[in-house]
Ligand binder design. Sequence first.
Ligand code: HAM
Length: 445
Amino acid sequence: MRPALSVATLRRRRIHWRLMNMSSLPGFRDFYPADMALRLHIVRTWREVARRYGFVEYDGPPLESLELYTRKSGEEIVGQLYAFTDQGGREVALRPEMTPTFARMVAARAAGLPKPIKWFSVPQLFRHERPQKGRLREHFQLNLDIVGETSVASDVEVVAAAIDVLREFGLGEEDFEVRYSDRRLISGILVELGVPETGLPGAFAALDKADRESSEWVLDRLAESGVPRGAATDVLALADVDLQELAHRFGGSSEVVDSLERLRRFQTQLEATGLGGFARFDVRLVRGLAYYTGLVFELWDRRGRFRAICGGGRYDDLLEAVGGPALPALGFGMGDVVLAELLRDRDLVPDLSVALDDFVVHVSEEQLPEALRIVHALRGRGRRVAFDYRSRGVARQFKVAHQAGAGRVIVVGPEEVERGECVVRTMATGEERRIGLAELLADSS
Ligand code: HAM
């Protein structure tokens, strides 16, 4: 048994608690009911669209071995890990992204799973970022991935799913766009410009920040990765170049030619889905994560007010890298933070308040047992029902019913109990009628 704490210790602790700042940690959110309603609306919509595309849901552990991320996620995310040594001496980390867990889970059972594998998940993720607009230290992220497909049609399917998710929230072509490119294209161009293969990961990380940092900063980082100054300036100047122009300028590289051909097919197929107007080729889009090998894409607010809403791409080597078979894969992650900001900005948050169906008023404590019978019979029929725990005055109970948005108030007094009846008031019209309890229950399914 633990020794009892002395009065002095208890007093010290109470003072300590009072002095402690009791708000949540920076970058972590409390979800009060209205915030929770929005989060649930977002997750419900994510699930609905993912299922419409034939994806099934999975989940994994929030804590993983540190090595899972240090091996493949890339420097930026590794620098943001919540990592520690657990009590068994294991090096562990809270998951900062879902893709390594997904790759690990699929790799472990790949042989027995019919292809293509189409899974989605809605994990809470943790990154020690500087909290700012659109970026927190925890967020929920829809992950939707396909394994076992190299087809352009699967590239289109994943991008179309991301677009349709946002359309389901009421966002349209005027609200957001998909920017896409291909990692092999930009690496082919960089190699043509004289960048060594070893400098490519650093060059990708620098280019990924081109829209947030000054061009001087990007040029310096590119130089550190072995990109000659002239070549780096050339890459940054490629901003608005289209596929044709790139074919003309870098047609000598088979990597460039192949990826341009694939991008052309991607464009044609995306047009066929009717979603072509949402997407724009942007050669400078590379994405920050290290594992992408082909198509890369991001969804951005067209008014330029927010950080990226969604990002993804093809990662054909990751499964093998985590010990599985060599299977191609692709997918995306879409966070709830920027999405919620965007929905608020465009006035697209619907009324999510959940009103009561019925409030059962009992005139005095004597009718409480009858009121309880009615309350539970109605709940048994699936209705949302509440009553007053303290048998307060009828006017007070009506006020509570009104505040809770009850559709009906059902009144039980001594007379009603005697006759096996109740009085039902429809709150919207004020209409009242006296009915038998059997009729009330028959009407309430
Ligand atoms: P990511 O670009 O790091 O990709 O994140 C995807 C999305 O998650 C971002 O576009 C953003 O909406 C949201 N997000 C990321 N970090 C934060 C943060 N600190 N606070 C709020 N929201 C955030 C990945 O995570 C890849 N694993 C996605 C993927 C899946 N690629 C293939 N499959």
